[in-house]
Design a protein around this ligand. Sequence first.
Ligand code: PRE
Length: 287
Amino acid sequence: MEDTIDLTDPRSALDLSNIRYQLIRLEDTIIFHLIERVQFPLNPTVYIAGAITIPNFCGSFLDYFLTQQERIHALVRRYQAPDEYAFFPELIPSPILAPLKYPQLLHPNTVNFNDELKAAYIKHILPAACKPQVADRGEQYENYGSTAVNDVACLQALSRRIHFGKFVAEAKFLAETEKFTDLIQRRDIKGIMREITNEAVEKQVLRRLELKARTYGTDPGDNSKDPKIKINVSAVVAMYRDYVIPMTKEVEVEYLLQRLTSPTPEAVTKNSHWFLSALETVLSFIS
Ligand SMILES: O=C(O)C(=O)C[C@]1(C(=O)O)C=C[C@@H](O)C=C1
């Protein structure tokens, strides 16, 4: 097993034990970001379109922050990577850095579950994880900026996690191509879901997550009998059980349903970003 997955090497990127190791690493990232986020109250104002006045923008404060951050990250090639998916893909600019040449690891596809993820994060995950808030007392007390900064970190890590489902699905497809081809051709969604599900692995994920949330949430210097835990451990487990694992599986199924079809122009754009960027660079030299 490699320490980090190498997305420029198909043998590394499509090895199921490497992919699972990456998913385990992402658990750490997600838990630490969530611990940072729940220092602040829920602050529902941050998620309501128009609740905070923003010049030339009519969405929520979180969406404003996400669009701005995605724009700058896109400029340095973040969304060319096959494991990165933007929440506002239609708003991101082309990179200023020369394109990287990723091998074609995944079948071209249009799968992006970020809207569903963001909705679940705001409606279910955060309310369960944040401390109860008596009332939203306004920006000077509630740190709207810090709230949004931490939300973006949580959402981007969660997005990476669920979209790794594409690599899992591709690895499973390559291991049992005949069986999956038959299920896909018959559009047997229940059958595909059954084949990609490994209940033992899911139980292991949830057990490990509970231990990690408890461990990372406790100050090692706190020697009291009843140490304070910085995160609601059962909310972390519920987040995975009810949203993260189910969405990863939906990503897997949706990806497999597109696995045999010829790519749509939209899918080609995400998968051959580097080619289009290279073309843009060449054209900018010519003009
Ligand atoms: O590890 C796998 O095989 C996956 O498909 C990932 C995952 C998960 O989200 O953790 C999802 C479905 C399986 O039932 C087990 C685990």
